[in-house]
Design a protein. Structure first.
Length: 133
């Protein structure tokens, strides 16, 4: 992958520990290394809305030739209950001054460079809109 875009964001990035509005944020592409569904592998009759376990994800991205790895569960950040597969790529945002503070955005899948460029454009438009407010 290797693509990364620096943005001075106007977004309130509470998912990254409450970045200030002037914090530098990098957009890049991350790949899922491990995913555990929140779905219980056992079918339990008459049990409604119980998944039985917490979804977990581990992913990685490349930064200056090094691999940055993060893992967390749905108690720490948004991890879908199902539908994620190892090897899939998604948009990742991280702090420029602390890349270990990062999040994968599962609502922003990356199939090719066109997807990544579209998300960069969307985030830049949000930043500009926020700056006008």
């Amino acid at each position: 992958t290797g693509d990364a875009i620096y943005i001075t964001t106007g977004l309130s990035l509470t998912f990254l520990g409450g970045c200030s509005d002037n914090a530098g944020v990098i957009l890049t592409i991350g790949e899922v290394s491990y995913y555990r569904s929140g779905r219980n592998p056992l079918v339990i009759p008459n049990l409604v809305n119980s998944t039985g376990r917490t979804p977990k994800v581990e992913f990685h991205f490349t930064l200056n030739g090094d691999t940055v790895v993060n893992k967390y569960d749905a108690y720490k950040a948004d991890v879908p209950t199902d539908g994620v597969k190892e090897g899939e790529k998604y948009l990742v945002l991280y702090k420029k001054d602390n890349p270990t503070e990062n999040r994968m955005f599962f609502k922003h899948p990356i199939k090719d460079s066109v997807d990544f460029k579209r998300y960069v454009k969307e985030f830049e438009q949000m930043r500009k809109q926020k700056a006008k407010e």
